[in-house]
Design a protein around this ligand. Structure first.
Ligand code: 13P
Length: 280
């Protein structure tokens, strides 16, 4: 999926899932737009959804029952070493091992072990160098810029894709954010060659920066907070308009519908920006 994206100069979106509505909204949008898609599951969201086996069951069930034919990856987001092993066991098709908070030697060692396991089982593996700023489900990073030499060291281990910190941050960007470091991205791409690069913290990055990042080798972009904000906003409007108190408006299938549609609209907007439409 990502090799094709890198060669075709577009990026595949990773959209994090939290529950059935999220998963269904993302899968249906990908199918409607004929786009490949990656479902991201953080360790916290995995726990919330009753464990990785429940997630695998839900996703596989939907792929079949909704007749989803576009390429879909089920990917662990910011996994620990143990979390990655659990997801491999549970039937994920892809895992991220985030060893960015370890000294580089330890990151290399642990990533190397997971490369061997993923190769044997036919999964793809994302590694990270230079932590992503902000907080996501308890994973806190300072938003540093990765050392391109360290990126090469990890890329050479045979991972499928590499997340390099380039000043990106999870969640909303602060007013005084310096923007992405294209200098770092350029240096990383020069040293890692054909390796698909991953941009985390996709929420709130201006469109021109996204385009430039794709030009410089980014082939996977992660979006989480933006879908959460869209869902919350649409749900708030529904309640504030008193619609839950009209007829059967309290039925969760009605109450959650505006949020569901808002996620679909957000995913569509991102797929348009990333250029993945009709690339299935
Ligand atoms: P945002 O929540 O900022 O969109 O980041 C998502 C992400 O990078 C998931 O790993």
């Amino acid at each position: 999926m990502l090799t094709k994206a890198k060669a075709g100069h577009y990026a595949v979106g990773q959209f994090n899932i939290n529950n059935l509505e999220w998963t269904k909204a993302i899968l249906l949008t990908a199918q409607e737009l004929n786009s490949p898609v990656i479902l991201g599951v953080s360790e916290g969201a995995g726990k919330y959804m009753c464990g990785y086996k429940t997630v695998v069951g839900m996703v596989n069930g939907m792929l079949e029952e909704l007749n989803i034919t576009v390429p879909v990856a089920l990917h662990l987001d910011h996994g620990s070493y143990e979390g990655a092993l659990k997801c491999i066991e549970a039937g994920f098709s892809s895992v991220m091992f985030d060893g960015s908070h370890y000294p580089i030697e330890e990151n290399v060692e642990k990533t190397k072990e997971l490369v061997a396991i993923c190769n044997e089982k036919g999964l793809s593996l994302e590694a990270e160098v230079g932590s992503i700023g902000g907080e996501e489900d308890g994973v806190i990073g300072a938003g540093e810029c990765a050392d391109p030499e360290e990126c090469k060291k990890i890329a050479d281990l045979g991972v499928t894709m590499l997340a390099a910190g380039i000043g990106n941050i999870h969640g909303k960007y602060p007013e005084n954010w310096q923007g992405l470091s294209f200098e770092t991205l350029d240096a990383v791409q020069k040293l890692t060659g054909a390796m698909p690069l991953v941009l985390h913290g996709g929420t709130g990055i201006p469109a021109d920066m996204i385009k430039k990042a794709i030009d410089l080798g980014v082939s996977k972009i992660n979006v989480n907070t933006e879908c959460q904000l869209a869902f919350a906003d649409a749900t708030r409007k529904y309640i504030e308009a008193g619609k839950d108190q009209q007829g059967k408006g309290f039925d969760p299938r009605k109450l959650l519908a505006p949020g569901f549609e808002a996620i679909k609209a957000t995913v569509k907007e991102k797929m348009e920006l990333f250029g993945s439409i009709n690339k299935a």
